[in-house]
Design a protein. Structure first.
Length: 633
């Protein structure tokens, strides 16, 4: 369903050299995986014999029994729908190889030998095993059948999943086999490992798995031997990690008798990233052999989705991201100010979140350039819908930071303009609203000319996506400093500035701005003086819109799939019908407003998603959204 597959790792409790016991332990865990609808289950390196057999690997009593026992295991797993990957020592021609065997529906479908054979410190595998690095597309006579054998096998279900295998030290090499497998099309790498535990090695191992999944734009399931291995000189903790494109999806607790772990991976997303954001199409590798297999998919996706994909959930990482973005904004503004020889930055300050962040970034830019605070000029322009609360906050914010403040009331100017074009000011339509936005932009532009400055735009990424700005009004500026930041993240950046401010008065103002509803304040206020326009009540909450934006642009996901994962992410917060309605609004507005995005001013990209027509997003203004809207339905 939607390209999801459930990948599992299993660490059984083994007995060293006792193949029958180990096969039974593997079988028991395979049955458990099957009951959880696991698509592929991977076991540790050499789990059939155990990894720490040492010189017993050259004993006929061990080697000769292994093919028969694995054949029995394959027959027992005939009714199991999960693909099962186990490790075993196998004799081929004049050598012994450390191998991974892939079993599906009661048959061994392929055998992959280990390429990198470690021989240093506590590892001395070359004493027993040959490297399989050069073995490509050969055949292994296994229990009377010819089975594909080589370090170039890819197992494919003919749909979205293609997986390959590498074994332990293969990952530690300068060019892991998984790099070649991924270039050849594998989007899932399984690693059967026996990595012993010493202080801090788990951290290194975790980073290695995570970064390899990022480098190869793949899912990576790593399964290492557990504490039932020999403790003569080393201890094995049974470390299991499942990662996807640089993100750890699941990780176990080490040092247990046995361990079973799984996670649902998204193969469609990985495929999209490869053709849209990487150099995979230009990479070269050796020829791979594709082995067709049947793979089950989970009946129900068990995966968590962050409802705020632009915002790190970890506070430390979130603060680091906010700090970095704020620095990018200020540096970009300072560079533009320097290049244009501007004497001042002109910001229209409304008391809302966006203009607040633009003003704060401008204040930092001025300081970075060593200029006086008077180089930042804030203009507040109260109109028909301006509330006393936002006007007060705007003015106090500017005064606290010692910038120049000018207040220009636009109500009478707009009334005169409306009369000039034949509309009564009592008619509160789109013309009434947009006249105010365009008047404000004209004032800012003219003052910028008079002061030899530049107008700093305040519109954010979410508004750009939804077209929630007036064409040639607040849609336009001389530098759009917020253009790469979505609404959900702007809130946290302003909060970060507040948290790190030494000024009690500034913190107080910023907290109140954060608590103010998002509104353009273009329609007259209610009788009690409160804001009459609540943007999120009109078009839906920005956390939903930002979620749709992220998954539409970042992964090019099918709308039905986005709707599905949105239900998972916002379960308990929004009902399915409301999510669908808001998604329809998003798609409709996103397509309809491309004409605005095609002529936006310059502004800094701060994250992986941006909508500049000169950079990340190129789209014609008259694209038809019909197929997307039908898909949602």
């Amino acid at each position: 369903m939607f390209g999801f597959y459930r990948v599992g790792t299993a660490v059984p409790k083994l007995k060293i050299g006792n193949i029958e016991h180990n096969i039974n332990a593997i079988m028991g865990m395979a049955e458990s995986a099957d009951s959880e609808n696991v698509s592929v289950i991977v076991f540790p390196e050499l789990c059939v014999s155990s990894y720490s057999c040492a010189d017993l690997f050259h004993q006929s009593a061990l080697l000769e029994k292994i093919p028969g026992y694995i054949g029995d295991l394959a027959k027992k797993t005939k009714k199991i729908k999960s693909a099962i990957v186990v490790g075993a020592p196998l004799r081929w021609r004049n050598g012994v190889y450390n191998c991974a065997l892939v079993m599906v529906e009661g048959e061994v479908k392929g055998i992959a030998p280990k390429s990198v054979i470690p021989n240093f410190r506590e590892f001395y595998e070359k004493r027993w095993f040959n490297s399989g690095k050069e073995i490509k597309s050969r055949e292994f006579e296994f229990n009377g059948k010819k089975v594909p054998f080589g370090a170039n096998l890819i197992f494919s279900d003919g749909a979205d999943l293609k997986f390959s295998v590498e074994i332990c030290a293969d990952l530690w090499g300068p060019i892991p086999p998984s790099c070649h497998h991924s270039i050849a099309g594998a989007n899932l790498i399984l690693n059967l490992s026996a990595s012993n535990d010493i202080v801090s090695k788990a951290d290194y191992r975790r980073d290695l798995v995570r970064m390899q999944s990022a480098r190869c734009m793949c899912a990576y399931a790593y399964c290492s031997s557990g504490i039932s291995e020999s403790t003569t000189d080393t201890v094995f903790g049974g470390h299991c990690i499942i990662a996807e494109n640089g993100e750890i999806l699941s990780e176990n607790t080490r040092f247990k008798d046995s361990s079973f772990l799984y996670a649902d991976i998204d193969c469609q997303r990985l495929s999209y990233l490869r053709f849209s954001e990487s150099g995979f199409r230009d990479a070269e590798t050796y020829e791979h052999e594709i082995i067709p297999i049947n793979i089950r998919k989970p009946e129900k996706v068990r995966r968590k989705y962050d409802p705020a994909p632009f915002v790190p959930s970890d506070k430390k990482k979130r603060d680091e991201k906010c700090s970095e973005i704020f620095e990018i904004q200020a540096s970009a503004l300072a560079r533009r100010m320097e290049h244009t020889n501007a004497k001042k930055l002109i910001v229209g300050v409304s008391g809302g979140l966006d203009s607040t962040l633009a003003f704060l970034a401008g204040e930092k830019a001025v300081r970075k350039m060593g200029k006086k605070s008077s180089a930042l000029l804030a203009i507040t322009m109260p109109g028909f819908g301006t509330s006393a609360r936002t006007l007060k906050n705007a003015c106090e914010l500017v005064k606290i930071l010692n910038a120049e403040l000018r207040t220009i009331d636009i109500k009478e100017i707009c009334k005169k303009h409306l009369e000039d074009i034949g509309q009564t000011p009592l008619k509160h339509n789109l013309v009434f609203e947009n006249a105010q936005a365009r008047e404000r932009t004209q004032i800012l532009m003219d003052i910028a000319n008079a002061e030899e400055g530049i107008v700093v735009g305040t519109g954010d990424l979410s508004e750009i996506a939804l077209g929630w700005s007036t064409f040639n009004g607040d849609h336009m500026s001389m530098y759009a400093v917020n253009c790469g930041i979505p609404k959900t993240l702007i809130r946290y950046i302003v909060q970060w500035v507040s948290d790190n401010s030494q000024s009690r008065l500034l913190r107080k103002i910023l907290v109140d701005i954060l608590d103010t509803p998002v509104s353009p304040e273009l329609l007259p206020n209610k009788k009690d003086g409160t804001i009459s326009q609540d943007t999120e009540k009109i078009i839906g909450p920005y956390d939903l819109h930002d979620f749709f934006l992220y998954h539409t642009i970042k992964y090019g996901a099918d709308p039905a799939k986005i709707l599905h994962i949105a239900k998972i992410a916002f379960n308990g917060r929004y009902e399915e019908k409301y999510i669908k309605t808001t998604f329809t609004i998003f798609i409709s507005r996103f397509f309809a407003n491309q004409f605005k995005r095609n002529c936006v001013p310059d502004g800094p990209k701060v994250g992986t998603i941006a909508l500049s027509p000169r950079g990340d997003w190129r789209m014609v203004s008259d694209a038809d959204p019909s197929e997307w809207l039908k898909n949602i339905k």
